[in-house]
Design a binder for this molecule. Sequence first.
Ligand code: C2E
Ligand code: MG
Ligand code: MG
Length: 722
Amino acid sequence: MNFLKTIIGQQKSLSLYIFFTMLALAISIYFSDSLYGIFGAENYITIHLLFEIFIIFFSLAISMQIWLSSKFNRENDSIYLGALFLFLAILEIIHALSYKGMPFFIQESDPYLATWFYMIPRLLLPIGLILILLVKEKHISERVRHLVYGASIVFALGIIFLVYFPSKILPDLVDESGTTILKNTLQYIALIIQIVVIALAIRGLKKRPRRAALMITASVYLIFSDVFYTNYYDVYDIYNFMGHIFQLFAFLVLFKMIYYSSVERPFIQLLKAKEYLEKSKREMHQMAYYDDITLLPNERYLHETLSDSLNIGVGKKALITFEVDRLDSYKRSLGTLYVEKMLKMMTDRIQTFLPQQYSLYKLREDQCVVYVKDHGDSAAILKLCNRLQEMMAEPFQVQHLSLNISVNIGVSFYPKDASNGEELLKFSQIAMHEAKNAVDRVLFYHPAMLEARTARLTLENDLQHALANNELYLEYQPQLNLRTGEILSMEALIRWQHPEKGFISPLDFISIAEETGLIVPIGQWVLETACQDTFNWQQKTKHPIQVAVNLSMGQLYHDDFVKIVQQTLEKTKLEPKFLQLEMTESMTMNTKQITPVLEQLKALGVTIAVDDFGTGYSSLSYLKDFPIDCLKIDRGFIRNILQNKNDEALVALILSMAKHLHLKVVAEGIESLEQLNYLKKNDCDIIQGYLISKPIRYEVLINQYEGIQKNAKEYLRQLLVV
Ligand code: C2E
Ligand code: MG
Ligand code: MG
């Protein structure tokens, strides 16, 4: 019953069909007696001709419609249908011409000819429809299209020849008493085949519902016409007339079906494709110009619109760029999903307070930009920045976590700082990067920032080649053991002799090396050179010289670091106990990751010192958790040890704490005898500083060693005297 619903659903004018069908049936049944023979032979020819003209018209229309539309869309089933109707049209023409009462055409008109020219198409129509419904849909070539139509004409001519053959080959279908049994049998066969067409069309309802529904409707009409054609007594009676009416109905519906499948349906498909195209265009635009997490316009959007909008109006414009500080560490510890959620909450929060004339954009690398079209003065912008910071200071509730963030903000102004959108964005980003190191985390762009950045970039570029060009070298600073008075250890310090810029301090280039990752190969070179020099010196003097090498975070976090140390020791033949690795307090932050590395290093036999102790991380708990051997008190505390009571107290505290934890202490930056005196009195183990020696080259150290040692002993002796 479902198929009935589909058939009804597919035909909006079904009620109209039913109305006319009922009307025609009612007239023919009710008035059958009174209308019987109503037309008379003379009138009927004209009436019949009129019907035939309509039938021929629709057959030709179907065939031509398909011929024209199939030029662009060569679907095989449509083309076969068009050819079938061309064939039908030709035979219908001959049928009309050979009808009883028509003037001479090839032969005298007679029922033999007319009925065969009716019967053959009537049989071939449902057979053709069945074949068309069964054929596998595909596209055919232009040549085949011509061939198919040509074949239908040839076939029609063949049939014409067969029927017009001078000696009647075919039996009669009508005699004096009306239609013969053969005629009725053929008519019923046509009817049965038509039912098969209906059955096949029902099967196709799902795939092409409208086409199938119309084909079923047309078939029903043809069946009606078959019933009438088998039941007339005389060609002039009402049943024959009704047969024609229903045949005409059927052809009309078939014409509608062709119109639907060759014009309406492709057109609707075209419309749908257009709609789809527009939708995907919109989606593509959304993807290209909007950030998919925050739904804000993105960097591309900003780039494409900023320069133009800068030129609109005369007001001053500003670009505020900001980023969440330490977002990377959040990503590492929480995962990107949480961070994305937080960014969305952040931009939502900003939008609630941002005035309408300010637009918010989301850039790559988790930066956001506020574009201010017209601002009063820089004080107003600063106020806005501070408000932004306040908004961000309130924690973000992401799942069960309460995240605290702070933002670094950079601002650039148009036309004061930049002449176009690209520059404006670049400058506000530079200011934002600099703001990381500013106290209140907000900076307005200044040309000096660009210069500093350019200089840094050139330095970065030069550093890439420094190692290969032998511009890097080491200096060693001797360390004096206050208990023995011997100098048996030293710290290796890296130096860079730049071919144009001259000497560059490690304080200026180590951070660049760390940022660029160059610290790994550079650090490896330092380690190897220091170990090699120390081993060579040991061989020369037979003294148990120890060397301290500074480490950077990037090296310690490097997967193969322990292996690298081990291989270096093996290669240089230095015993592990003569190597001390210096790490800074900030490296101790990530206890989980660092502890196993330190333990593996300790297992090799090397010792570990914490450099610049007291300047970095505030928690001291790591001192008991980490496998450390030595603390190096930062130069900053030693400098004012004698003037500043706080520094003095701090150094005393470090020394006593170290004693309790069984850690050795090295004091850095000893420049005077007074400082030396203080440290000696307070039981410091080792000192290092200009008083004993500045950092010097390996060869110089070997040459001057005896002198340096002698001087040191002299200082200690003076202390004793005092
Ligand atoms: P640091 O490890 O704390 O090194 C001690 C710094 O203090 C050295 O500065 C040294 O020249 C300086 N110094 C030593 N005694 C005195 C003194 O009596 N008075 C004064 N005013 N300064 C003194 P330098 O050589 O400029 O090194 C600076 C920092 O660069 C080092 O601090 C260390 O953190 C880093 N560094 C040096 N070489 C390397 C290296 O090979 N690898 C790594 N990762 N960092 C290194
Ligand atoms: Mg050091
Ligand atoms: Mg230090």
